[in-house]
Design a protein around this ligand. Sequence first.
Ligand SMILES: Nc1ncnc2c1ncn2[C@@H]1O[C@H](COP(=O)(O)OP(=O)(O)OP(=O)(O)O)[C@@H](O)[C@H]1O
Ligand SMILES: [Mg+2]
Length: 376
Amino acid sequence: MSTKFTGQDILLQAIKDGLKGDAHSFELRIRKFVNKMKAEYPHFAREVGSLVSDLGLLRSSYSKEHVLPSPVEPDTRQQLLIEKFPVNLNRTPSWPENTQRKVDRFLRERHRVEELLNEQLLPSRSLLMSGPPGTGKTLTASWVAKELNLPLLTLDLANVMSSYLGKTGNNIKSVLNYASSFPCVLLLDEFDAIAKKRDDETDVGELKRLVTVLLQSIDDWPLSSILVAATNHGELLDPAIWRRFDCVIEFDYPDREQVKEYVMSWEVSEVVADWISTGVTNTSLAIIEKRLLEAKKDVILEGRSIVLSLKDSLCLSGLPNDPDIRREVAYELHEKGWANIKIADELGITRQRVASLLKEKTELNRQELQGKLNYG
Ligand SMILES: Nc1ncnc2c1ncn2[C@@H]1O[C@H](COP(=O)(O)OP(=O)(O)OP(=O)(O)O)[C@@H](O)[C@H]1O
Ligand SMILES: [Mg+2]
């Protein structure tokens, strides 16, 4: 009767992972195996343990010693992927609460891979994001790469799909192979390009093969890398594709609170941020960011008020009668050296009203300063 030695099943599983090229799972299982062997064969366990530590796959951050060269389009020799490492972001993404929760959970699974695998639970490896343009999908992919200290590889499928489908398939395969070969985040942007192409009946067979390749790749995706797909047209995606992804996040235009918070992060006063957030609908943060940047330039180049500039560019209906906003704008223009009569004209109020708004603002500033001094 054959008897099993300690950790035999784990070792077998590790060999399978190794043969599949899944270095990450391989390392985790070997570590577990070493733990099991420690009591019975301490010397051997130490030896195997130090071999694995030398490889350091689990902690491996970006190393340029990739097994494969970065894939290129065979005819044009152009790089298929844009690679970024380290990923730096100059602003933290702002998400609605449920999105924040999903992103945090995804990251937590990645940070605690070892604990999950020890319990034979497979951590998330893939993320599908759908939603309108400019709502933060690419930003979220960058955030994930940054938080996990992994390189971000981006493939714009819309570009690759323009070529002959047979060739497209090969290009996609080489990208997937490459990204599976070392720890990274692969972003497949414009993911619907594949689904859309299905309307083109000339090449249905080829396309089906392509979708099959993709489905297979998602299933076999190694633990060491993360596959992220983004699309503006989730409705065009094959339902089989949706099911394949471990985590799905649907993005939408920001709600009022999100816009307000975002605008305030640009050091715009709360009353103005509140006014903007009530005035815009179905507007992405990408558009709002663009308008804010333009408005800031207007302040410098045209001597305009940031509020009035935003009013025009975001098509906000006239300044509300809210005296707080009028006071902010009047003060801003006053600080820029505008005469009261010009401010009165701009805001459609009397000169006396301007004077009293400025007085109020000076008093508020004084109180604020006093408060700070007292607090300090
Ligand atoms: N949720 C967000 N939080 C903070 N900034 C955002 C957010 N959404 C968009 N932005 C700003 O808009 C820019 C563009 O966003 P991003 O490229 O991520 O949108 P997208 O959803 O990928 O759009 P597309 O579908 O057109 O590719 C970001 O770089 C960022 O400056
Ligand atoms: Mg994008």
